[in-house]
Write a protein that binds this ligand. Structure first.
Ligand code: TXA
Ligand code: MG
Length: 345
């Protein structure tokens, strides 16, 4: 599956990592900025390159589910079930760390985030590094910005600063789902590549979602911005978005519109409005999301308007990312009041 040249590049990248270097690599979700999880200098370099606060933990990528106990102890039954069912795959488990796991990785906490990525390049890289090695890696973007889903995105973020293993565009396109445990009870910490109903089916129980109630209205500036493009971004239901688009264009603003429905009014001959039709299926939308945001940033619009997707479980990760990125987030026509409860995770 991997051609000889790529295999050679992977072996070279493994050497760089074992010698304390930092290498960006593809996963099925987004590209990661990888370092040997046991090398403090390399870990510090990741925080430095990314501009990330040091109390913000990194996920450790491992090569196989059988290595879970090397990294974590006191593993609840539910975690075993999820790992057996979804690894390799876009699921991160937060578990009590083993004593050898560096506090630099865990942001000083006693838990460690672990996942087995479902990407042949990432898995080959881990194999070449050695069985007891873990790749600590945040998404390969500057802190707070849009995650990269192609090698070109990583180059655009960091230029010559890091080596990048090119594994093509990421299949999933949004980050992994993160599940922690409070005792034995599973808790959703970040919606992501695997939707909650699939997790609950495997667990045979509900997952609690501390910040799940979809806040439909978000006041500008009240929340920490994350996953954010440079272009100011507003989320509106279809009807309101059409009106908002005309209003902004009439003010002379150049407006990009990420639309889902074909029902939006046409903008004939209006050079100030540019339409980006988005896929109607949640998985295809997620796959396209970050690349589209980057494309729109590159085109330097004054404003980006995004049509709110449906409020169903399989759109949860997309809603989460849009809410964090938006300066204004209004997802339903009736605009119920509510304060967004957000954390940068
Ligand atoms: O899909 C993904 O998860 C990608 C790819 C590269 O694997 N990685 C990713 O990493 O999104 P990052 O660092 O951008 O986001 C991971 C989040 C962090 O914000 C952190 O809050 C959370 O995972 N996390 C990691 N370890 C944790 C821990 N021990 N306790 C609580 N949260 C943790
Ligand atoms: Mg990130």
């Amino acid at each position: 599956m991997l051609d000889e040249k790529l295999k050679k590049n992977i072996r070279a990248a493994a050497d760089v990592l074992l010698q304390g270097g930092v290498v960006a690599f593809p996963t099925e979700t987004v590209y990661g900025l990888g370092a040997d999880a046991a090398n403090p200098l390399a870990l510090r370099r990741v925080f430095e390159i990314k501009g990330r606060p040091s109390d913000h933990p990194l996920i450790v990528h491992i090569g196989h589910v059988s290595l879970l106990e090397y990294w974590a102890g006191c593993i609840p039954e539910g975690a075993w079930r999820l790992a057996a069912r979804f690894w390799p795959g876009p699921l991160t488990l937060i578990l009590p760390r083993r004593a050898h796991v560096s506090r630099l990785v865990t942001g000083g906490q006693d838990t460690v985030g672990l996942r087995v990525p479902d990407h042949p390049v990432a898995l080959a890289l881990l194999r070449d590094m050695g069985v007891d090695k873990g790749l600590a890696a945040p998404s390969a973007n500057r802190f707070g910005r849009v995650s990269p889903t192609t090698a070109e995105h990583v180059w655009a973020e960091f230029g010559e600063q890091v080596d990048v293993l090119d594994g093509g565009p990421c299949r999933v396109g949004v980050e992994s789902t993160i599940v922690g445990f409070s005792g034995n009870a599973p808790v959703l910490l970040r919606p992501g590549g695997i939707a909650v109903p699939a997790l609950e089916e495997t667990l045979g129980q509900k997952i609690s979602q501390p910040d799940a109630a979809p806040p439909s209205l978000r006041a500008p500036g009240s929340l920490a911005s994350h996953y954010a493009p440079a272009t100011p971004l507003e989320v509106w239901p279809a009807g309101a978005m059409g009106r908002r688009a005309w209003e902004l264009a009439a003010q002379g603003q150049h407006v990009a519109v990420m639309e889902l429905s074909a029902e939006l009014p046409h903008f004939p001959g209006n050079q100030r409005l540019f339409r980006y039709p988005m896929p109607k299926r949640a998985t295809a939308y997620a796959h396209a999301l970050y690349a589209t945001l980057r494309k729109i940033d590159d085109a330097r619009f004054d404003r980006l308007l995004i049509e709110a997707p449906p409020q169903t479980a399989n759109w949860q990760a997309v809603h989460d990312r849009l809410r964090r990125a938006a300066t204004l987030y209004c997802s339903t026509e009736d605009q119920p009041q509510g304060n967004a409860h957000e954390e940068i995770i």
